[in-house]
Design a binder for this molecule. Structure first.
Ligand SMILES: Cc1cc2nc3c(=O)[nH]c(=O)nc-3n(C[C@H](O)[C@H](O)[C@H](O)COP(=O)(O)OP(=O)(O)OC[C@H]3O[C@@H](n4cnc5c(N)ncnc54)[C@H](O)[C@@H]3O)c2cc1C
Length: 390
């Protein structure tokens, strides 16, 4: 059996889990090469703890070079082109051939999509942005804070609500809440609509209990950076003292340039095996589009939310199946749509939403009663994550 070359593009959650699992499963039968344009893995599920002052930026990163200790080759380059028919990728004018390719390139911010957004708002989906937000909250002494969700899909559908809860808590601690108003303006009809009306109503209840206002179905036209005014489609405008935003998302350019995306801009995959339409090319995590069979309203198609929990499980599925293929064994594992996420509520408490997005007639997701225990579980999960994969 000749030694296979497996290229994993992206050293985020999906890429790291895939590369480490593949090395363990294939040992000397395969060369595992992980390529990322950054030198570090950044664990985004801990971003909001940087906002809350519970983590520094350094604490939630790991050097990807460290994967070499596990026998994985790491190349710090931006991949510029993928040629599935030729089984090759291009970076820095070099061409590399592969036997198997895993796309784990994630989703990127696309702030210029909305006129004025980049200049007026803090994008808290980047480590730099979350640091700026922490500073802005430290300096904030009253006024209106607006959290924006301008477009769909976006990763971690809980994050804008968690950001609002944590900002609320921080302002209470520094006794600035009585002079402050926090509102969420979202394009969505409900918080986390993919998880269903029960979860949405539960989150609306948590918002109402804290006096955080919720404005659904708000589509942004533009933002005036000088006056900090958000102009919504339909004519309404709203001024704020501090605007924070989920960025509009897009796939990395290499996906589009290589013809791997469909009309939605994301990579369509088999919803159980994560195979793309190209032989031996798989995609996991945020870069994918998985249309769900179940729906809440007959005319409203749903997609699997973009979240680390899915990137992680999908990477395990792909790694096991590639390892089996190399050993001429049948496929071993299928992705089944199960997932869970913590919902940070501030004051050391969290909720926990768990369920299955592949259920029909619609996804079934339940919210566990918020408590300090769920927050502690998330802390333990973060520790486990870094220990297990680095
Ligand atoms: C604020 C926030 C909170 C979150 N909280 C949670 C949570 O609590 N639970 C949860 O499950 N999920 C959470 N998420 C979502 C989670 O972080 C993502 O869904 C997850 O990281 C997706 O993994 P991925 O491997 O698909 O992509 P990523 O982790 O984004 O990794 C993509 C990698 O590809 C690299 N890359 C991109 N383009 C190129 C290129 N051309 N060449 C080389 N490398 C490239 C990038 O540098 C990056 O390292 C959160 C996200 C945010 C922003």
């Amino acid at each position: 059996m000749s030694r296979k070359t497996i290229c994993v593009l992206g050293g985020g959650i999906g890429g790291v889990v895939a590369a480490v699992s593949l090395k363990k499963a294939t040992r000397s039968a395969a060369r595992i090469i992980l390529i990322d344009k950054n030198t570090e893995h950044i664990f985004a599920p801990s971003f909001l703890w940087v906002l809350a002052g519970q983590r520094s930026a350094e604490q939630i990163k790991r050097p990807l070079e460290r994967l070499k200790r596990k026998g994985i080759e790491f190349i710090n380059q931006e991949v510029s082109r993928i040629y599935p028919d030729d089984r090759s990728i291009v970076f820095d004018d070099q061409v590399m051939k592969y036997d198997y390719l895993i796309l784990a390139l994630g989703a990127e911010s696309n702030m210029p999509l909305i006129d004025g957004l980049e200049e007026a708002a803090i994008n808290f989906y980047s480590l730099e942005g979350i640091g700026r937000l922490r500073k802005a909250i430290d300096e904030f002494d009253g006024g209106e804070v607006i959290v924006l969700v301008p477009s769909n899909p976006y990763k971690c559908p809980a994050a804008p609500y968690e950001a609002a809860f944590l900002i609320d808590h921080e302002l209470r601690v520094k006794k600035a809440k009585k002079n402050a108003k926090i509102s969420i303006y979202t394009i969505e009809p409900l918080p986390m609509p993919g998880a269903g009306p029960q979860i949405g109503e539960a989150i609306k209840g948590f918002l109402a209990n804290r006096g955080i206002q919720f404005f659904p179905n708000m589509s942004i036209d533009s933002v005036d950076a000088v006056s900090k005014t958000i102009n919504f489609k339909g004519g309404e405008s709203k001024r704020a003292d501090l605007i924070i935003t989920v960025p509009p998302h897009k796939t990395p350019d290499v996906i589009k340039n290589s013809g791997l995306a469909d009309e939605s801009g994301w990579v369509p995959v088999n919803n159980k095996t994560l195979e793309t339409k190209h032989k031996n090319v798989f995609a996991v995590g945020d870069v994918t589009k998985i249309a769900l069979e179940g729906r809440y309203k007959p005319d409203k198609q749903l997609s699997l939310p973009k979240a680390g929990v899915f990137a992680h499980e999908q990477a395990l599925v792909v790694a096991e199946n590639i390892a089996a293929d190399i050993k001429n064994e049948p496929k071993k594992r299928e992705f089944d749509g199960q997932g869970a996420c913590f919902l940070e509520l501030g004051d050391g408490k969290a909720g926990y939403a768990v369920g299955n997005f592949y259920e029909v007639p619609h996804p079934v997701v339940k919210m566990r009663t918020p408590s300090r225990t769920w927050h502690l579980y998330k802390v333990l999960f973060e520790k486990y994550w870094f220990w297990r994969w680095f």
